[in-house]
Design a protein around this ligand. Sequence first.
Ligand code: NAD
Ligand code: TDX
Length: 335
Amino acid sequence: MKLLVTGGAGFIGSNFVMYMLREHPHYEVINVDSLTYAGNLENLKSIESNPHYTFIHADITSVQQIENLMSQGIDVVVNFAAESHVDRSILNPDIFVRTNVLGTQVLLDAAKKYNVTKFVQVSTDEVYGSLGPTGLFTEETPLMPNSPYSASKAGGDLLVRAYYETYGFPVNITRCSNNYGPYQFPEKLIPLIISRALNDEAIPIYGDGLNIRDWLYVEDHCSAIDLVIHNGRLGEVYNIGGNNERTNLYIVETILEHLNKPTSLIQYVQDRLGHDRRYGIDPSKLQTELGWKPAHNFETGIRETIQWYLNHEEWWTRIQSGVYKDYVHLQYGNR
Ligand code: NAD
Ligand code: TDX
């Protein structure tokens, strides 16, 4: 199988590329990434000389670059490429619409033109909006995105759906809850807490800290996408989540305890605009139809993740110092 992974230099994409090369050593994996601030080829060092792996520096919004790629005969596309950080979307929505909506449409058109046999759109539970204290998101929950990020992801999802309904183009959409694990950019809550706590810096908690996210170890997300590629029914949406809802405050306190750091580092700051109160995924369709089960529970997953950041301090300090960004600009120009 020839697999085209977009956004494979980011957090989940790089974990997915490594996962697929390990689980399916005979597959050919092509990673297409424009290397924004969030793309980091260092994540893929361990597989860069694998003959089944190729990196291509390209932008999913470029029709010419994407058509060139698709014309090489791709079987399956998995679209991770996105602007992914909610806070950045509040400051600067336009790049979110460009990449997450327009980029998806460019990929769909080229994939359709060159007869790709499946297109998997990697989406998020945030497209469903916010839950009250009870209930869970199912695949039938109406889309009610509240941030420019989630609205742009919902826009991409609706185009994917439309290509199935209009052209009969073979697609799946996956909607996963919050991921954590190795190689997550330190702007996101868990690596932000770990890196700031290790430097004895204040940890900003938005609002009252009681917003709830449903956390899943990144490899469990990868195994679910693997199943959807192979067994997902065409045109279907699959929610992905491990029934692991925690308040943000619980996450911070757990990490501080593991690192033996004081809770006095916690600093309550102004709430995020439009801050969703609670996410919770009902994963039963994925479990019953495709037999998916997460392999990690939160207690071991968070311990392993903290240990990974302790062992890879150089990885996140290089990102924070801007050294990696400078290298990308030198190597690939100004993006
Ligand atoms: P990330 O920000 O770490 O990585 C995104 C990658 O996409 C980067 O490598 C970046 O360089 C690349 N990219 C951005 N714009 C591009 C463009 N125009 N062309 C080519 N490449 C481009 O994101 P992530 O956290 O790994 O998320 C990956 C995907 O999974 C996203 O689609 C996101 O919406 C979705 N998702 C994320 C989570 C989560 O908890 N992080 C949960 C559910 C779904
Ligand atoms: O400094 C912070 N303080 C804080 O209280 C940060 C960065 C976050 N938070 C809160 C906001 C959220 O309630 O922590 C929670 C998690 O925040 P993020 O890590 O920014 O994740 P979230 O907004 O939930 O979105 C993530 O999960 C779904 C990913 O970034 C998305 O790409 C994915 O779709």
